[in-house]
Ligand binder design. Structure first.
Ligand code: AMP
Length: 424
């Protein structure tokens, strides 16, 4: 019988790749701490209504991509396709809007979308996201972008571009959509089939269609531009934000057709892209969502945030040749017989207590096997215990990089390993 396989669009994350995942996660936690963002963990599934109301009925996510099911109690539930609506749900549910309206939170975890899987696009994927709720200053939009930027920088992901746009407030958006629909109606013959449907259901989404016919329409000099429909306050917000980004030395370009796939965005929308991953070029994105709370039945609450995909970041790190060591083991303990095995396990316990990462293999007792394995693992030190060492309670320490070796007592050995660990 063939082995069972993971469902399409999902995968096991293991081996060397785990190092990169941990690295991304560590940088996220560290950066969150530095900027004063607290972690929030929301459920993997939520009521379906949260996403139909929060993300928007007309979006691709709600229309085509949700994993929705009815539980045994007859409730319609959905595996979360994104993190912002759940975060806002939690904010409202726990009374923050009244008691402590300004919060800064971050999350990290799996998301689910029924998409056509390909490299960098999965049905179960992982995002981390930062949300600042209750702040309407454009400086807060800038802080959110700065956080994203710092995380990429700390990971050494440099060749990235930041695209900025403003979608305006609901009244700017409404006026723009009206004009856009009229314009597109006149050009309907050139629109692709998907955009003909979008034109009715979610006209803004037409703007980021990649179809050639649609692209030609966008090039027309009379194509209405969102910027021209921004009210004074929205323009001011955008200008201040862009000036702040310049102050922070964060390079960006304006992409007037950047709309993003979720309905809740108002004013700021941004996306961070890479040229290294082909079609799946977005590594993160976000924006302001001053209407989300109201869409969920709450009061008017400002909010701005971003989410980034960990799979794509790991793909990028992998491309850069990072994370070659699956484990950061400092010392390999190589028993050459059963008695040596007992002694080395006692030594292993001391190593662990002192925070010295060790690895011990019980499969074989030959020197050749152990040295080969230690070499493959790229471990710096090997500790060997043979009969002679056992008799004298000594250990043979070998530096695999320099070839040097020493015979040491347990305390001398641990002292040396600790020094090496601290200088690494
Ligand atoms: P979004 O929530 O659509 O704004 O996406 C934010 C980020 O999540 C994107 O920039 C991607 O890096 C990542 N992402 C979105 N959808 C997927 C997916 N299906 N597979 C992998 N990563 C994704």
């Amino acid at each position: 019988m063939p082995y069972l396989q993971v469902p399409k669009g999902t995968r096991d994350i293991m081996g060397k790749e785990i190092v990169l995942w941990r690295k991304v996660e560590e940088v996220v936690y560290e950066t969150a701490k530095n900027f004063g963002y607290e972690e929030i963990r929301t459920p993997i599934f939520e009521s379906t209504e949260l996403f139909t109301r929060g993300v928007g009925e007309g979006t691709d996510i709600v229309q085509k991509e949700m994993y929705t099911f009815t539980d045994k109690g007859g409730r319609s539930l959905t595996l979360r396709p994104e993190g912002t609506a759940p975060v806002m749900r939690a904010y409202l549910e726990h009374g923050f809007a009244v008691q402590q309206p300004r919060v800064k939170w971050f999350y990290l975890g799996p998301m689910f979308r029924y998409e056509r899987p390909q490299a960098g696009r999965m049905r179960q994927f992982h995002q981390f996201g930062f949300e600042a709720i209750g702040f309407d200053s454009p400086a807060c939009d800038a802080e959110i972008i700065l956080i994203a930027w710092r995380i990429y920088e700390r990971l050494g992901l440099h060749k990235l571009s930041l695209e900025m746009n403003s979608l305006g407030c609901p009244s700017c958006k409404f006026r723009y959509i009206e004009t856009l629909q009229q314009f597109l109606q006149r050009e309907i013959h050139s629109l692709c089939d998907t955009c003909k449907v979008r034109l009715e259901k979610n006209p803004l989404r037409v703007l980021d269609c990649k179809n050639e016919g649609c692209q030609t329409i966008f090039q027309s000099p009379s194509f209405p531009r969102l910027q021209d429909f921004l009210c004074e306050e929205c323009s001011k917000h955008q200008e201040t934000l862009l000036a702040t980004l310049r102050f922070l030395d964060i390079p960006f370009s304006i992409n007037p057709r950047l709309v993003r796939g979720l309905d809740y965005y108002t004013r700021t929308a941004f996306e961070i892209k890479t040229g290294e991953l082909g079609a799946q070029d977005a590594v993160g994105g976000g924006g302001r969502y001053d209407n989300l709370s109201q869409a969920l039945g709450g009061p008017k609450v400002a909010g701005v945030g971003f989410a980034a995909g960990i799979e794509r970041m790991v793909l990028l790190l992998n491309k850069m040749g990072q994370g070659l060591h699956a484990l950061e083991t400092l010392v390999y303990l190589a028993p050459l017989d059963g008695e040596g095995e007992l002694h080395l396990l006692v030594l292993g316990r001391r190593c662990e207590e002192l925070g010295i990462p060790f690895y011990m293999d019980f499969a074989d007792k030959t020197l050749k096997y152990h040295l080969k394995k230690a070499q493959k693992m790229k471990v710096r030190f090997v500790v060997l215990v043979g009969k002679a060492e056992l008799q004298n309670s000594l250990f043979l320490l070998k530096d695999m990089f320099s070839g040097e070796q020493w015979t040491l007592s347990q305390e001398e050995l641990l002292k040396k390993l600790q020094e090496e660990k601290n200088s690494a």
